[in-house]
Design a binder for this molecule. Structure first.
Ligand code: HC1
Ligand code: SF4
Length: 567
């Protein structure tokens, strides 16, 4: 407690952990590259240097506020220092800014502009390091790295993986993989959280926009698109809307303007997933199958389990993710029913996720060299297409998805938030076990941003123990306790990204805790606004299951909607 004087104004310390937080709370946007409230403090970039009376220049991020401190954020010295840092970073940075993926939202570019750096007095880089484009999800360009270490800490501290680390010394220091191996050859799970915190174009999402334009311009192709739940509460951020503000209608209109032939909704197959997965859980409860049942719609979690917990693979739900169920439906059943040749169909999906690019090319989802989902775009990539086409997003008349594959319940919308899959399953099974009319809808214990949530559900004369996890570091903690026999659950939802898919690596930046919270609110308000709240009430889905598979959870759905895993 106490007060700190910041540029002559007294500010109460409250629970601020460091001077930087306090200064920002006081309304001063002190610039930083390496500070993220959810990561440890690294203090490497030195951009947040302030002058403290009696102490001189001090890094605000690593200084706890003390009562009576007198802080100056904008002195001749701090200004000179910040500009010098930017100039030095720029001198060592590949400056192809106009053609960079991050042009327009690069932090280095923004700060150079904001601090009025208009020339660089020092010589350029003397060597160009190779760009690593081996991964299906991410591209690493070390020539644009400013060594802030954000990716290193994100991968280690939140995801518990440690794919990135500093290597070499002095001027040769780089952030890279173990033994500098191509990203595709290490244990990276493609979650893209490193790219989400990278302030520059050093780690970016693998671009697939051109492939989509090509398909759209090809008169022989029918281009079908599906959109994931979490996209609709985030894409507006690229057009000046608030995080969490619903933009579904404009997004659908924009997709039609771009030229997609059918605009469908991943919510349709999210409902289908809930039905199949709930019946799988009920089956395991009945016949003593493997428990806990783990969800399997997050491809980063699936890859993580395959790499590090092969013993748990039998616990994973065999359901394909909604994205992949969709691809299978389109290429096999929708194509047949509408008389379209599946070879002529191009199935595109728009996801908040970079790992979905990897999921789509997994061999089990490729039939005769043609992937069920041909191209995966991220939310940001779709926004780029909209901008490229000159579409004025905010002025679009809202439109609705095409049917029949454009219909989803509120239980499908909430898939986009951590806890949503579990809540949807609860909505299905509680209705199923407790009988018509008694089913519960809102299941608050599953909601919220916490890394591990636990809940109990008393239904049908038994109590189900449930857990919801986001962040793979948290998943690892829970699995260790499970394996040690310290805890038991019937079902566990695991999503790799903080907050769930709404915090995916393909979402607009900033993609921090504040923004994620707002998107989460947006998701639940969309659920409230839906007419249907339970997957089993979505008659488009139950009818499709009847028509195409002879009902849910049978040999036919297992052939087209389920999968298996590889240790
Ligand atoms: Fe997700 Fe899913 S919720 S995995 O987070 O199960 O990406 O949004 O589309 O497939 O529905 C992502 C989101 C998404 C799938 C669904
Ligand atoms: Fe992708 Fe969602 Fe998993 Fe993140 S949590 S990796 S966005 S599926």
């Amino acid at each position: 407690t106490g007060n700190v004087s910041i540029d002559g104004r007294l500010v109460e310390i409250n629970d601020c952990r460091n001077l930087l937080e306090l200064i920002r709370l006081a309304g001063i946007e002190l610039p930083t590259f390496c500070y993220h409230s959810e990561l440890s403090i690294y203090g490497a970039c030195r951009m947040c240097m302030v002058e403290v009376d009696g102490r001189g220049l001090t890094a605000a991020c690593s200084t706890p506020p003390e009562n009576g401190m007198v802080v100056h954020t904008n002195t001749a010295r701090t200004r000179r220092l910040r500009r010098m840092i930017i100039e030095l970073l720029l001198a060592n940075h590949e400056r192809e800014c106009t053609s960079c993926e991050r042009s327009g939202n690069c932090r280095l570019q923004q700060l150079a502009h904001q601090l009025g750096v208009t020339r660089v007095r020092f010589g350029g880089r003397d060597r160009r390091l190779p760009v690593d484009g081996s991964s299906p999800a991410l591209v690493k360009n070390p020539n644009k790295c400013i060594l802030c270490g954000d990716c290193v800490r994100m991968c280690k501290e939140i995801q518990g993986l440690g794919i990135w680390d500093f290597a070499f010394r002095g001027a040769k220091t780089q952030v890279t993989t173990a033994f500098d191996k191509p990203l595709a050859e290490v244990s990276c799970v493609n979650c893209g959280q490193c790219a989400a915190v990278c302030p520059t174009g050093a780690l970016t999402v693998k671009p697939d926009v051109d492939r989509v334009w090509e398909a759209i311009y090809d008169p022989d192709k029918v281009v079908v698109v599906q959109v994931a739940p979490a996209v609709r509460v985030a894409i507006g951020e690229e057009f000046g809307l608030h995080p969490g503000e619903k933009a579904t209608g404009q997004m659908v209109a924009a997709l039609r303007r771009i030229g997609f032939d059918r605009v469908f909704d991943t919510l349709f197959t999210a409902d289908m997933t809930t039905i199949e997965e709930s019946l799988e859980l009920l089956g395991r409860l009945d016949n003593g199958g493997r428990l806990p049942l783990f969800t399997s719609c997050c491809p980063a979690w699936v890859k993580y389990a395959e790499q590090f917990h092969a013993g748990l693979l039998e616990n994973l739900s065999t359901c394909r993710s909604p994205q992949q169920m969709f691809g299978s439906l389109i290429k096999k059943h929708y194509a047949r029913e509408t008389g379209l040749e599946s070879g002529k169909m191009v199935c595109v999906s728009v996801m908040p996720c970079t790992a979905k690019k990897f999921e789509a090319i997994r061999p089990e989802f490729v039939t005769a060299e043609s992937p069920d989902v041909d191209i995966v775009l991220t939310t940001v990539e779709l926004a780029k297409m909209i901008k490229e086409a000159g579409i004025v997003f905010n002025e679009l008349e809202p439109q609705t998805f095409d049917n029949p594959l454009g219909m989803g319940s509120g239980a499908a919308v909430i898939y986009g938030a951590s806890g949503g899959v579990m809540e949807s399953v609860v909505r299905f099974v509680s209705f199923h076990l407790d009988g018509a009319g008694q089913g519960r809808v809102d299941f608050y214990p599953a909601r919220g941003m916490q890394g591990i949530k636990e809940a109990e559900l008393a239904i049908g004369g038994q109590t189900l123990k449930l857990a919801v996890v986001n962040g793979l570091g948290n998943a690892e903690k829970l699995i260790r306790r499970l394996e040690a026999g310290e805890i038991f659950y019937h079902a566990v939802e695991i999503m790799a990204c903080p907050g769930g898919c709404l915090g995916g690596g393909g979402q607009p930046v900033p993609n921090d805790t504040t923004v994620r919270r707002e998107r989460m609110k947006g998701i639940y308000s969309l659920d409230r606004a839906e007419q249907l709240h339970r997957p089993q009430d979505n008659v488009f889905v139950t009818r499709a299951l009847e028509r195409w598979f002879g009902g849910p959870a049978n040999r036919n759905t297992h052939r087209d909607l389920h999968t298996h895993y590889y240790p």
